[in-house]
Design a binder for this molecule. Structure first.
Ligand code: CP
Ligand code: NVA
Length: 321
């Protein structure tokens, strides 16, 4: 079982990122170190111990321009467990970009806190925070990526299947969660199949990056239209809402296009018998996923949600510790 000190030595020798805005800020080694430490931290926490506590007083600004359950709670609880403090800031508190310029917020926060975690509408706001903040910036979801989520996704897959390459089916919207999941899965050597309606494919630059990772790792990234083809004999079936935060005006058009992409029992029967189902949550029950699947024996969504805690603790301990 890896100790924090062993993880930190390997981390520092493996080109660690200063900021974590995208999966592309990691490499195969740093990604695996975060995951290995997260597995160890999970075991320790379940035994009532902590593997790591900050030695110096540590505070982290938690900026949320959008709502959150999992990300906020796991960050606050994780920081508390490691002896650090999270300062939760909503858009109505700080009005980033209107009451105050993003760069000025970054410079101010850098005088008081040791790290900034931010959930934003525009990925460019994160890039601006990172450019001007003298402390590490972590992406807690943007319109482009959700890299903290992907760490928990891949941890959950490792818990069920170890580190062997698996066939992973993404069904639905080629959105922020799809982007980070595909990038990290491709980096770690998995076969990723993505089935989306026309016009909702993942971003072309993200796909190109994911395919470059896959070429190095022996994985693959395949774009499909037919969800049945994507799910056939898959080890993992992953879906997310059809209408992400910020896209509410597109709801009606999206509902029509995404209907054939529902993850239900008949679709899941095409996957391997021991396949697991992932959902980043929150779910719209009866839309992208049925009750029977989300509450069924193959659902790993609750473990996946728990693993947000352990992976973010590992990441922040390595980046700020
Ligand atoms: N999966 C996820 O990020 O959930 P929240 O939006 O509730 O944080
Ligand atoms: N794709 C969703 C994920 C929520 C955690 C959104 O951006 O709203």
């Amino acid at each position: 079982m890896m100790t924090y000190e062993q993880a930190k030595v390997r981390w520092q020798a493996s080109h660690p990122p200063r900021h974590y805005l995208s999966i592309s800020d990691l490499n195969r080694e740093t990604a695996q170190i975060v995951l290995s430490l997260a597995h160890a931290m999970k075991r320790a926490t379940q035994q009532g111990r902590e593997l790591f506590r900050f030695e110096r007083p540590t505070a982290v600004a938690l900026i949320f321009e959008k709502p959150s359950l999992r990300t906020r709670v796991t960050l606050e609880v994780g920081l508390y467990q490691m002896g650090a403090h999270g300062v939760y800031l909503t858009q109505s508190d700080i009005q980033m970009g209107t009451r105050e310029a993003v760069m000025d917020i970054a410079r101010n926060l850098g005088r008081w806190v040791q790290g900034i975690v931010a959930r934003v509408f525009l990925h460019t706001a994160l890039e601006e925070l990172a450019q001007f903040a003298p402390v590490p910036v972590v992406n807690a979801l943007s319109d482009r990526e959700h890299p903290c989520q992907a760490l928990a996704d891949l941890m959950t897959i490792q818990e069920r299947f170890g580190t062997a390459p698996c066939t992973l089916a993404w069904v639905g919207d080629g959105n922020n969660v799809c982007h980070s999941f595909t990038l990290l899965a491709a980096m770690l050597g998995h076969q990723v199949r993505i089935a989306t309606p026309e016009g909702y494919e993942p971003n072309a630059a993200v796909l190109q990056q994911a395919r470059a990772f896959a070429a190095e790792s022996g994985g693959s990234v395949t774009l499909l239209r037919d969800p049945h083809e994507a799910v056939a004999d898959a080890d993992v079936v992953y879906t997310d809402v059809w209408v992400s935060m910020g896209f509410e005006t597109e709801r009606e058009a999206r509902m029509r296009k995404f209907l054939p992409y529902q993850v239900n029992e008949s679709l899941l029967r095409l996957a391997k018998p021991d396949a697991i189902v992932l959902h980043c949550l929150p779910a719209r029950r009866g839309e992208e996923i049925t009750d029977a699947v989300l509450d069924g024996a193959q659902s790993a969504a609750w473990d996946q949600a728990e693993n947000r805690l352990h992976t973010q603790k590992a990441l922040l301990a390595l980046m700020l510790g």
